[in-house]
Every structure is written in C-alpha cells, then in structure tokens.
Design a protein. Sequence first.
Length: 239
Amino acid sequence: MPQLKTHNSGVGYHWRVPTIEDEALVLDHHPFGDRHLVLTVLTRRSGVQRGVLRRARGGKAPTAAAAQTMSIVHVDLFQKPEAELATYRYIDLVTSSFPLTRDLDRSAAAAVVAELLITYCPPAEPSDRAFRLGVSCLEALLEETPADTVVAYAEFWILALGGVLPPGAAIAETLDRNGAGLLTAFRNKAVKDVPTTVTPTVSRWLDGQVRAEAERPLRALSFYRQMVPPGGAFDGSIR
C-alpha cells in the first residue's frame, strides 16, 4: 500500500496525501506544458501510476534520461486529494533502456512490452508479478535475446497473469507439438533461457489472443509487426 505522509496545505489545516516511494518501470510519457512530462510508470507495490514530472524536457534536463520507456527507476510521487494527476518529487535512474535505441527491433519490442503492461495492468493495483515480467524482458533485450522471443514471452505471461490464457487442451488443439512445447518453456524458464525459436504459428496465435483481450488497439505491436513478421527476423526495413 502507498505510504501516507502528512502534507501541510499552507491554509491553516492539514490533510494526508498518499505518497509512493517505490521501484518502477517507465511505460509511457507525453509532453505537458512547455517543459514537463506526464509519466506513466508501473510500480512494484502500487501498480500503474500517472503523474507530472516537472522540468523533464530538453537535452539538459537531468531527469530526461530516466524517462526512457522501459527504464527501471526509483520514484517518489504524491497526489493531493483534488488533483487529477500525481506529482513526482524525484525520479532516479536504476537501469537504463537507452542501449536498446541502437537496435530498432529491440527498441520496438520494448515498446510492445510496455504497451502490454499499461493495457493489462489495472491502475493503482499491486502488480509485483507484472513488474517482474517487465524487468525480465528488459534484461533479456539488453542481453540481446531475440526480440521476437521477448515479445512472445511477454504476450504469454500477460495472458497468464490476466487469467485469460486458454486451457492447455485448447492450446494443444490449436498449436502443433512444437508450439505447445514452446509455451511450456515460457512457463518454466526465464525468457533469456528459452532455447526454441518462435514459430509463425505461435506468434500469430499469441498476437491474436492479446489483441482479442485488449480494450484498445495495440499500436506498438502493429508497428513491431511491420518490421518483424510472425516468426521472422528484422531485415532492416519497415514494410
């Protein structure tokens, strides 16, 4: 649960403002005003949180590097009772996703993982397992695990954690033995230890499942598939 601290309003009385101090994954950001960002993160103990990160835009902004999608950060944010958005008091970079920008397919895969987390994780609900999934996917991408393996692994576990993964019998009827075996490997191994290549059949099936369950279009996944077709590899072009 968020830690509560007393905040002085400056008008003669006090209220208690929810304050969250936690490790988090950066999921999304967009401009707010001239110099600020609205930053969405997945915290380990308090789930998805949105808040204003002030003075975060511009090349010299010290917090700009921490706002990269899928970076691991430590945050301190609070929200007044009447405020629509929280406010970040500070954000410290723990592990940067910036090295992924050197490889378009890996950076696009990271965006897919972030999109799945922000789509499937309910706001402000504890999401420790989803947080650990995101961290493991980031680490695998940084260690140059094939991007398509990471995307498929994230799709599988998002469905499993959300309780919407079809029963094993239904999977076996849809996929061949190799495909069903790959999903078993996903369940039992860390993503960087999965030895099997993702087949087109498995990629299409997982893509279809997450799209069917999502309540909005998965644009990052669509962009990724323009570069990496199901079961394929990035050839340096965008179709």
